[in-house]
Design a protein around this ligand. Structure first.
Ligand code: ADP
Length: 346
């Protein structure tokens, strides 16, 4: 009997998931380490009801003990850091004269989380699209009804409608960019890109935007800096960072764009290029910094929307930087401004 127990112990110890065996006497005969980690120590010889207190799991085991048919249930736990979800299988086994229920726990936490993220994402996108859409419908109704034939109102409303439609267009464009970057994330870009020329051309293109915002852009960029990359995506990174610095930097302030090469970067452990975009705006509180690259995360949604932001810019930046095997660093001090640094391998 004891050697048989040892055999069963050895068998379930080899399983990659939490598992335990319950005998006909309804007591726990064998437990592996993963099950101990999930359910606690001192499970051996205990009645299963005292160890597995969740009713659906107990029902499944009871049913399996009764009619020897496989049962499934969900076990909901918490590992101290997060809620966890397990698919529980209770299967009747007969093994070298011993019989009982093999209970195994398949960790479904990451699947649940992915599902939740997808649901949140769809809810966010729907919400973001609905706001301008509702505004557009309101204006159309007004133009067909109360404001019909009023040339001045028509002109004014058309202007606002155009702005709302532009906002929707920008959101769809950013969503497509994000999905494209995500799908290519594992493919390392290999084209030779002169990052110095690219950054200069982005600054040149953004000149009218910064002039309009009353922000000065000061650049410190070497003649040429070559890296392997995807020029379109690097242009997008540069644009998003400088646009943000201009948007959140504030009128009358300066944005500093610096490109430097580093013989040896300790985190990338190789030669690297750093693109730094620094503003003199209100800065970002430390609690927000780790979340800025989440999709739709904004410190002040109203302000971001007012400035035509989609809340996706930094999420796109992060994915592109990852694809280039680089790092994004954000440093900020309230009242002093922020610095976004992209470090790319050279
Ligand atoms: P958005 O379209 O809202 O600008 P981003 O993903 O580019 O979206 O940025 C997310 C949020 O991070 C912004 O809403 C803003 O609150 C904050 N943020 C980004 N850049 C800066 C900056 N340079 N200074 C202060 N806050 C910033």
């Amino acid at each position: 009997m004891n050697t048989l127990r040892a055999d069963i112990d050895a068998l379930i110890a080899g399983l990659p998931i939490a598992a335990l065996v319950i005998g006909r006497d309804e007591r726990i005969h064998s437990v592996n380490d993963k099950a101990r980690a999930l359910l606690g120590d001192n499970l051996l010889e205990r009645h299963f009801i005292t160890a597995l207190r969740q009713p659906v799991v107990m029902d499944a085991i009871e049913a399996c003990l009764r009619d020897h048919r496989t049962q499934t249930a969900r076990y909901l736990g918490n590992d101290g850091a997060q809620d966890t979800t397990f698919d529980v299988h209770a299967a009747w086994v007969e093994f070298a004269g011993l019989s009982g229920v093999l209970v195994s726990f398949e960790d479904m936490t990451h699947v649940e989380q992915a599902g939740q993220m997808r649901r949140d994402f769809v809810a966010n996108v729907s919400h973001e699209l609905r706001t301008p859409l509702t505004a557009l419908m309101g204006f159309i109704e007004t133009l067909r009804g109360p404001a019909k034939g009023d040339a001045a109102a028509t002109e004014r409303f058309l202007g606002t409608m155009y702005a709302e439609a532009t906002r929707m267009e920008r959101l769809v464009r950013d969503l497509l960019a994000l999905s494209r970057v995500e799908s290519e994330e594992r493919i390392r870009p290999q084209t030779d890109v002169d990052l110095a020329a690219l950054v200069r051309s982005v600054i040149h293109l953004l000149r009218s935007v910064s002039d309009e915002a009353g922000v000065k852009i000061v650049e410190d960029i070497p003649d040429a800096v070559h890296i392997s990359g995807d020029a379109d995506q690097l242009r997008q990174v540069t644009t998003n960072l400088i646009e943000n610095a201009v948007k959140y930097g504030g009128r009358g302030k300066t944005v500093h764009v610096t490109l430097t090469t580093l013989e040896y970067d300790p985190t990338l452990r190789r030669r690297a290029v750093t693109l730094a975009v620094r503003d003199e705006g209100a800065g970002i509180a430390a609690t927000h910094i780790p979340r800025l690259t989440e999709r739709f995360y904004r410190i002040d949604s109203h302000r971001s929307r007012e400035m035509g932001g989609t809340g996706l810019g930094l999420a796109i930046v992060k994915h592109i930087v990852n694809r280039h095997r680089g790092r994004l660093r954000i440093e900020s001090e309230l009242g002093k401004g922020s610095e976004f640094r992209v470090i790319l391998p050279q």
